[in-house]
Every structure is written in C-alpha cells, then in structure tokens.
Design a protein around this ligand. Sequence first.
Ligand code: G3H
Ligand code: 13P
Ligand code: ZN
Length: 333
Amino acid sequence: MTNYKEIGLVNTRAMFAKAVDGGYAIPAFNFNNMEQLQAIIMASAETNSPVILQVSKGARNYANQTLLRYMAEGAVEYAKELGQKKPEIVLHLDHGDSFELCKSCIEMGFSSVMIDGSALPYDENVALTRKVVDYAHQYDVTVEGELGVLAGVEDEVSAAESHYTKPEEVIDFVTKTGVDSLAISIGTSHGAYKFTPEQCTVDPQTGRLVPPPLAFDVLAAIEEKLPGFPIVLHGSSSVPQEDVDIINANGGALKQAVGIPEEQLRKAAKSAVCKINIDSDSRLAMTAAVRKALADKPAEFDPRKYLGPARDRMKELYKHKIVEVLGSDGKCE
Ligand code: G3H
Ligand code: 13P
Ligand code: ZN
C-alpha cells in the first residue's frame, strides 16, 4: 500500500473548495504516454496551476498501471525541477467501473478516484458509490460519483433531456453516498463527435456547424440544490477546427467533428463546475502535429522529430485551456 501523500500528490478536497469559491475550474487532463504527461506538467508548472492527471481504464491497459503511477510520481519532481514551488497534482482514476479497480488504484497511490455507476439503476449506483467512498475515505482519497448519462452522438439533443442529471436526485445521492464531487450530464459527451449535423445550426459566415448550448438551466437547478458543492463536467473538449483541418489536410479523415464552444466552458468554470475533463483535444493536437511533421518530412524516422512537435502543440493547448478557458493559472501557492 502506497499512500499518495508519501509521493507528493494531493487529493481534490481543498483544491475544489478554492476553485468553487474563486469561480474557476481545475483542468483534468487524461494521459497515457510520456509526451502528454510532459506537456501537461510543463503547462501547469509554467502557469502555476493545480492539475488533475487522469488515468482511464483504457490508459491503464495501454500503458501499464504501475508505470503510469510512477510517471505521476516523477511528474511531481519534474514540476519542482521546472521551478514550481508547491505543485498541486492529483492522480485520478477516470471512469472507474468497479469497487476492485478503485481499491487497486488507491493501494497504488492514486489520490482520487471516480466510480462511474451512472449506467446502473439509481439504487445500485448509490450502493456501489457508497462502498467506494467508505474505502477511499479511510485513506483520505477523494471520490467523484456520477448521476445522469452523457448523451451519445446518436441521441437527439431535444430528446436527451431524460439523460440529463435530474436535479431532484442530487441531494439524496450526495447525502447517501458521501461523494466529494459529482459529475453531471448537461449536454456534453465524450469524443470528437459530440453532436450530429442535424443537432447543429450552420454559421452562415464560415459554413461551420454550431452546436446547441449546454443545459445551463439544469446546472443552475443542481447548484440551487447543492450550494457550493463541487460539480464535474466530462466530455469538455472543444475540438479545435484548426487541428481538425491540419489532420484532414495531411491525410486524415475527420468528418464534421464538433465540440463544446469555449465560451460555454468559460461560463461553466465560473459556476460550481470546478473540474473540467479534456482528453479528445489533446489527441487531436497530437495527431495534427504528428501528421504534419511526417507529411512535411517524409524521410524522417526519428520519433523525437514528430513526437517533439506533438508535445509542443499539446503544451500550447494545455496552457490555453488553463489561462484562457478555466482560469486556474496562478492558483497554486
Ligand atoms: O472518458 C473517456 C476518456 O476520454 C478516456 O478515453 O477510455 O479511450 O482512454 P479512453
Ligand atoms: P472529451 O472526450 O470531450 O475530451 O472528454 C474527456 C472526458 O470526459 C474524460 O473523462
Ligand atoms: Zn469522462
């Protein structure tokens, strides 16, 4: 058993309380390789931002959980080496789907876990989440639960209402489970295709798809029920058109990808939303840079020559999110 405190990580409790109070959000960036982690730490250290390093089940399978955990330990030291006085870094399990997985991560040194019982019937979600919370809190590990199902791209936005978090359930869920934060569904979804063209309108000037707004009324109703309680937004990539264009101009085939406009995320970050999850934008930045580097120099075969530019592009993306969208820069001591 490794306690995360021994390796310099922090849990989300104080971080979220400050973020809710201060009207900003903490970036939760997924990682599964060295270049991504370097880019995240360079960006957060240079902006003195707290950061959540997220590991999905898929990332654990891809990169090996032991290796990822030691990479996170290394990240704390790397942030200090980059000049950050007191890095605030959380190692978080993203979309944990069983008690055993959460327990294993806690034993490995994770400081935060998500138990995602959102697809289960309500009472089963409550019971599973409560079990994880009881275990995690013994080690001062914080727990994120989820209520409401993130709409899939096939769902009609107008019909997706039933997937949204029901504000009338949140007090009961939070009280019965003891979770430290709650992921909600207000119209975001995972991946680079968050809306179908039919769900969007077309910008007459650019001809590009404009997605429907998030359900801020549902968010407001949840905040009214749970004043000051930390809320989490998954599926918050914006799918920058520039990256999509670079990918497509260099052999890619991403058709009509649509994300969440940044001004909506800015608005969410000022509310009780204090953790914003971003994965797809990093994938797009990396892919755009790799495709371009390889297309520009077809004879190149040193991976550093295309992964280096990918790392640079991801770093710029992360800094942009921190400073221009979430407002978490300068929030570490
Ligand atoms: O929420 C999902 C994250 O983007 C992780 O995706 O399961 O493909 O690693 P993944
Ligand atoms: P995106 O696919 O929008 O980046 O969402 C990531 C996420 O929610 C990870 O849990
Ligand atoms: Zn997610």
